[in-house]
Design a protein around this ligand. Structure first.
Ligand SMILES: [Zn+2]
Length: 271
C-alpha cells in the first residue's frame, strides 16, 4: 500500500509535467523554457500555485493574476496519472514491469489529451514511446508468448523483442490499411500519420496480440462514442474529425491493465 501511495505522489508530479508537454508540444514550444506560466496572461506561476490538483482547487480553477479559467484537464491529467501509477504498482508490485506500464500509461494519457484538444500526436510521444517500448521489452520479458511456445529455443528477452517489433509493424500496417479504406470511402484524409506512429508505439509495448486488441477496442470505442458525440452535439459527421488517437490510447491502457479480464469477459459470450 505504501508503494502504491508513493507511486501516486510520483504520478501527480509526472502528470503536472505532462500537462506542460500537452500544451506546448503540439505548438512546437520548448518544454523546459520558460518555466510554467499562465497560457492566457503569460504571468509566471509561483511554485505554491503549481501544486498538482491542490492549487487548482485552492485557486478555484482561476489564474491568480488574470482570473482566466484554468482548464479542468490540468487537475484531471494529474489525478489520472496518479491513479494509473498506483494501479500499476497494485497490479505488478514494485517491479520493473510496473515501471514499464507507468511509462506506457502516462504516455497514453498525454496523447489522449493532445489528440482530443489539437488532433496532434507529437513525435516525442509516438516515436519516443516506440523506441522506449522496444528497449523495455528487451529488458523486461513478457510471459506466455505464442512465439515462445512455437520456438522454445528463442530466449525470452529476444522473443519479447521480436513480439514487440511484430506488434509495431503489423499494428502500423493494419492502421495504414484502415486509413486507406477510410479515405476511399469518405473521399478525404481521415487518419493521419500520427495515428499510424501511435499504433507502432502501442505494439512496441503490448506486443502483437495486445496491439491487435487495442486497435479493435479503440476503433469500436471511437465509432460508438464518436457517433454518440456527433448526435449529442449535433455536429455534422462530415465536418467532425474523430480523435481516433484518443480512443486508441484509451483502449491500449485498458488492454495493458485489464487485457486478461476483458478476454475472459468476452469469452463468456462465446458458444
Ligand atoms: Zn493568467
Amino acid at each position: 500500500m505504501l508503494e502504491a501511495a508513493l507511486a501516486a505522489l510520483f504520478g501527480l508530479l509526472i502528470g503536472s509535467f505532462l500537462n506542460v508537454c500537452i500544451h506546448r508540444m503540439p505548438r512546437d514550444e520548448s518544454i523546459v523554457w520558460p518555466g510554467s506560466r499562465c497560457p492566457s496572461c503569460r504571468h509566471p506561476i509561483a511554485h505554491y500555485d503549481n501544486i498538482p490538483v491542490v492549487s487548482w482547487l485552492l485557486l478555484r480553477a482561476r489564474c491568480r493574476h488574470c482570473f482566466t479559467l484554468i482548464h479542468w484537464r490540468y487537475p484531471l491529467m494529474e489525478a489520472l496519472t496518479a491513479a494509473l501509477f498506483a494501479l500499476a504498482v497494485l497490479t505488478w508490485g514494485p517491479t520493473a514491469e510496473a515501471l514499464k506500464y507507468m511509462i506506457f500509461s502516462a504516455l497514453c494519457a498525454a496523447m489522449f489529451f493532445t489528440d482530443l484538444e489539437t488532433r496532434i500526436l507529437p513525435d516525442e510521444f509516438t516515436l519516443g514511446g516506440l523506441y522506449a517500448g522496444l528497449a523495455l521489452s528487451a529488458t523486461i520479458p513478457r510471459k506466455g508468448l505464442l512465439l515462445s511456445i512455437l520456438a522454445p529455443s528463442i530466449s525470452p528477452p529476444l522473443a519479447t523483442l521480436l513480439d514487440s517489433a511484430l506488434g509495431a509493424a503489423f499494428g502500423a500496417g493494419l492502421l495504414w490499411l484502415i486509413a486507406k479504406l477510410y479515405s476511399e470511402v469518405r473521399g478525404r484524409e481521415g487518419l493521419g500519420f500520427g495515428d499510424i506512429k501511435l499504433v507502432a508505439m502501442l505494439g512496441a509495448f503490448l506486443g502483437l496480440a495486445g496491439a491487435m486488441a487495442a486497435i479493435l477496442v479503440g476503433c469500436v470505442l471511437g465509432s460508438v462514442l464518436g457517433l454518440a458525440w456527433i448526435w449529442l452535439r449535433q455536429h455534422t459527421a462530415r465536418n467532425y474529425e474523430l480523435p481516433l488517437g484518443s480512443f486508441l490510447a484509451m483502449a491500449a491502457v485498458l488492454i495493458a491493465f485489464q487485457g486478461e479480464g476483458l478476454l475472459r469477459w468476452y469469452l463468456r459470450f462465446a458458444p
